[in-house]
Ligand binder design. Structure first.
Ligand SMILES: [Zn+2]
Ligand SMILES: [Zn+2]
Length: 268
């Protein structure tokens, strides 16, 4: 199987070298792994309150290291990816920087609502102050950014589509209307989502995205790929068996793989 969402020690909130992740992937029998460490935010002229990415000057070394791993025939196939934060207004800079490297795929994600790193456990206290209406407003703001990201032409895969649920705060009447619109846009833009198993290990207690969203994507024929979002080598491939079962139950018969930003499919 494949795991397309691996981080490394470079991002400052993960541990383990590239090699550690590759060895673990090999040990677990994965056929293909992809690194998608966080894109350096200083290259987008953004300094978050807490540093969560490598520095810009490290990016060429990250790329070089992943490419070196990809030449090692004893390892699973290694792909070069990156997880780009979507920051509205910085699309051009992102496009320019991304074009400098031979990425196999780009995962586009939203982790910031203005300066709030809402997926960071250290910043999760803010949810507690929110009223029911404010939770709904957060969902609306989040999905508005996702819609902009979908329309931006910056990425191949949308990362952890419903990560706004991470700490278990959900709108009382759900977010079905928002999801209907987002999944339509995904189809229109011919983008892929990931089934990201990390959500299982958060207060949300379910993968990203939730089953109903996954089924809506399947009905609209939005392709899907797989990722553990590992920030520790031992988490490579975590719960991907369960993810595969879920995909099959939802009616998916293949997962997307990428090479040089071209998509193809692997039967499941
Ligand atoms: Zn991370
Ligand atoms: Zn992420």
């Amino acid at each position: 199987m494949i795991d397309y969402h691996l981080h490394t020690v470079r991002c400052c909130h993960a541990r383990g070298t590239l090699e550690d992740y590759c060895r673990e992937g090999a040990r677990k029998g994965l056929t293909e792994i992809g690194f998608a460490d966080h894109f350096p935010l200083d290259l987008l002229d953004y300094e978050p309150p807490v540093k969560v990415t490598m520095d810009g000057e490290e990016l060429p070394r990250y790329v070089e290291e992943v490419l070196r791993m990809s030449r090692n025939k004893e390892l699973p196939t290694v792909k070069l990816g990156i997880e780009l934060d979507f920051l509205p207004g910085r699309e051009k800079a992102a496009q320019r920087e991304l074009s400098l490297y031979p990425f196999d795929y780009i995962i586009g994600s939203v982790h910031f609502l203005e300066d709030w790193d809402f997926t960071n456990p250290a910043c999760a206290g803010e949810y507690e102050q929110c009223t029911e209406e404010e939770i709904m407003e957060l969902y609306e703001k989040y999905y508005l950014l996702i819609e902009k990201l979908v329309g931006s032409n910056l990425c191949d895969i949308i990362g952890h589509l419903d990560v706004i649920k991470k700490f278990g705060y959900r709108p009382i009447n759900g977010a079905a209307r928002l999801m209907e619109r987002v999944t339509d846009l995904l189809k229109e833009a011919d983008l892929c989502i990931e089934l990201n198993t990390a959500g299982l290990y958060t207060p949300a207690l379910e993968m990203y995205p939730a089953n109903d969203i996954l089924e809506s994507c399947r009905r609209k024929k939005v392709p899907v790929t797989l990722g553990s979002d590992a920030h520790r080598p031992e988490d490579v491939g975590r719960s991907l068996d369960t993810a595969l079962d879920l995909l099959r139950e939802s009616g998916y018969r293949e997962v997307a793989v990428f090479r040089g930003r071209k998509r193809s499919f692997l039967k499941i």
